[in-house]
Design a protein around this ligand. Structure first.
Ligand code: WT7
Length: 663
């Protein structure tokens, strides 16, 4: 079928090759083509315009100082308060009664929070954190499920100039401890427990476990009661939110902080076992988070009901649940649970209940919906939706079309947004009222952003050729470094194209013959499982942490639902191999052999997080290595994906695969 909004490609039968916005969308869109022209003619002037969308306590004297590259300074001498921009100013402007958050708890409880109420909550938390002795520059770890207090905590930190480090509540005590130690957090904010598929699971217990043993920098643990689950209590250290924050004064005067004041640290996986604390600052970050949320999602304050399904434990939650939407006075849905709790209708019920107009999620969830079947969304009235977004991994054209047809009623534009924890905000994406989109393509850098696709030598590639994605101009929300490790910051992102001064993103990309940009996925040893970034080295180190494992190699193999799945190859220690457990493990016929493999999978879940649990573990006698001892993951990927082996000529022992296959 055809519609006014689809452009048929004569060579592809009835499948539209591109999807143009319809006239009504174009007419009322926040962004038009002029935005590209303005940015191209005066990039710094353009970013200054965007920064003026915020309220500054002191104006900047210079837009960008790049003299200390690769550490940028944006909006020099400017001062602003992030929480004031996200909350107070909307109340002062007369929108105190507007709902900021429609919060939907997993067990079915819900709570609407207006901007006035949010201001009171954030002010109480800010007053109490001040009373606790927290001072601007101190670090606070936030280890919480998707409860309103998590957002309140982030905003209270921002308000006081405390640098928050949100740690995903699915991470293990070990992972939490590593992050708390690296940032030297003085305070951890958590909940007693969290709801997961109808059951209360402990969370504070994980904080206790993390802080047990060696002394840490943590002075207090502030605990929100969510599930009423039993908790152990350390007198003097532990504090209930409802005994402290709740009683604090709801009035608090925000003060402006320097544009380069550290706003948050967010740990993400790199190519080694040690996570990187990505540092973001204040003025540039908020400018770009706000600008992109306004233009990419075409957000209309007071009209739209926006829902980003991410968790605040990831950068998407920081930029597109907290800072971007709230700075733009959004009314948004925040949902605590999983999409199939109590059943697969949950997201669609929420869309109907609140009349969601903008829905932003990950391709893995779209593919999960596809698997569940269209009868589920079809049972709901989703006509309120007017824009859909995708983030976290490349979206395959089939999933893109299904998303648009089934969820979007073949009506809504889709914005496929490419960015990273490091970029802080969206970099490459269609503009929904401008771009004729192609299923699967991120299309073009946003106005103000510049990217190139180059070969290993940095030569720009012609259309059709795959290469490396680089960002060749600084941008306001760029990372300012890796916490405690500026050498690694330079090495990881800047050394590759040091002469040109470009940022190397770690992704492959290509331009098609129309000049439209396609992201091809990571080119380094970073996996992407359901949009979560996990390093092969991290999983390998968890595996070799098990006494029975001598060596491990991990690869990401393509998976229909999760994009990539983790496949591990392990060599057992001689003792374990001799103990007969290997025989047991190999003997899958009676299934008893699964025991050791199950134990290893559990070990990875425990050490890192359930999201890092391997889909498959193969016990093998040897691993394919080059003469320099480097494991050839490319070949293991071939094995994991059942492909014919690529070039094995550089292997020390090309026969290794016979034994791997037998293993
Ligand atoms: C990596 C960054 C951006 C927030 C969530 C993930 C991949 C992200 C897309 C997209 C293709 C994408 C890249 C990137 N990625 N968005 N629209 N199309 N790939 O943040 O954990 O920092 O991961 O996610 O590989 O490098 P992150």
């Amino acid at each position: 079928m055809t519609s006014a909004t689809t452009d048929l490609d004569s060579t592809a039968g009835s499948v539209p090759a591109t999807y143009s916005p319809d006239a009504a969308f174009i007419a009322s869109a926040n962004a038009d083509g002029a935005l590209y022209e303005r940015a191209a003619s005066d990039q710094l002037g353009f970013w200054a315009d965007q920064a003026r969308r915020l309220q500054w306590d002191q104006p900047w004297t210079q837009v960008l100082d790049w003299s200390d590259a690769p550490v940028a300074k944006w909006f020099i001498d400017g001062k602003l308060n992030v929480a004031y921009n996200c909350v107070d100013r909307h109340v002062i402007d007369g929108h105190g009664e507007q709902v900021a958050i429609h919060w939907e708890g997993e067990p079915g409880d819900s709570r609407d929070i207006t901007y006035s109420e949010l201001l009171a909550e954030v002010s109480r938390a800010a007053n109490y954190l001040t009373e606790l002795g927290m001072r601007a520059g101190d670090r606070v770890a936030i280890y919480m499920p998707m409860v309103p207090e998590a957002i309140v905590s982030m905003l209270a930190c921002a308000r006081l100039g405390l640098t928050h480090s949100v740690v995903f509540a699915g991470f293990s005590p070990t992972a939490l401890r590593q992050r708390v130690d690296d940032a030297e957090a003085r305070l951890v904010i958590t909940t007693d427990g969290q709801w997961r598929r109808g059951a209360a699971a402990p969370l504070k217990a994980a904080v206790d476990e993390a802080l047990d043993g060696a002394p840490s920098s943590v002075e207090h643990v502030l605990v929100v009661r969510r599930t009423n689950i039993d908790v152990l209590w350390t007198e003097g250290r532990d504090l209930w939110w409802h005994d402290t924050v709740t009683d604090a004064s709801p009035d608090h005067q925000a003060q402006g902080f320097d544009a380069e004041h550290p706003l948050f640290i967010l740990y993400t996986s790199g190519t080694t076992g040690k996570p990187k604390g990505i540092l973001h600052t204040t003025g540039g970050y908020l400018t770009q988070a706000s600008y992109t949320h306004h233009n990419v999602f075409d957000h209309k304050a007071g009209h739209d009901v926006y829902w980003c399904t991410a968790d605040i434990g990831w950068v998407t939650g920081h930029s597109y649940i907290v800072y971007g939407p709230l700075s733009n006075r959004a009314t948004q849905v925040v949902y605590e649970g999983t999409p199939n709790s109590p059943d697969e209708h949950r997201h669609f019920e929420i869309i109907e209940k609140y009349g969601v107009t903008i829905y932003y999620t990950a391709p893995t969830l779209v593919r999960t919906f596809m698997k569940w079947g269209r009868q589920i969304p079809d049972a709901h009235n989703l006509s309120s939706l007017r824009l859909l977004g995708s983030v976290g991994e490349p979206i395959n054209p089939e999933a893109w079309r299904w998303y648009r047809d089934v969820i979007g009623g073949n009506r809504t534009p889709i914005v496929d947004t490419w960015w990273q924890t490091e970029t802080g905000a969206i970099m490459i994406s269609p503009l929904p009222g401008v771009t004729a989109t192609k299923p699967g393509a991120a299309m073009a850098p946003l106005p103000g952003i510049s990217a190139k696709i180059v070969d290993d030598e940095g030569t720009e590639l012609d259309s059709g050729r795959s290469g490396l994605l680089v960002l060749d101009q600084p941008w306001p929300s760029m990372l300012r470094g890796i916490w405690n490790d500026m050498d690694r910051f330079r090495e990881t992102y800047w050394d590759r194209f040091a002469a040109a001064g470009w940022y190397f993103a770690g992704d492959g990309a290509k331009l098609d013959t129309d000049g439209d940009l396609w992201i091809l996925g990571r080119v380094d040893d970073v996996m992407n499982v359901s949009g979560h970034r996990i390093s092969t080295a991290e999983v390998e180190s968890a595996l070799v942490g098990h006494a029975g494992v001598a060596e491990a190699a991990v690869v990401g193999a393509s998976d229909d639902t999760t994009g990539q799945a983790i496949v591990a190859f392990v060599i057992l220690t001689a003792d374990t191999a001799a103990s007969g457990r290997l025989q047991v493990a190999r003997n899958s016929a009676d299934n008893t052999g699964a025991a050791l493999i199950a134990e290893l999978k559990a070990e990875v879940s425990r050490e890192i997080s359930p999201i890092a649990r391997p889909r498959e573990i193969h016990i093998v006698p040897e691993l394919p290595k080059t003469r320099s001892g480097k494991i050839m993951r490319r070949l293991l990927r071939d094995v994991a994906e059942g492909r014919e082996l690529g070039d094995t000529s550089t292997l020390v022992d090309p026969k290794v695969f016979e034994t791997i296959a037998r293993g």
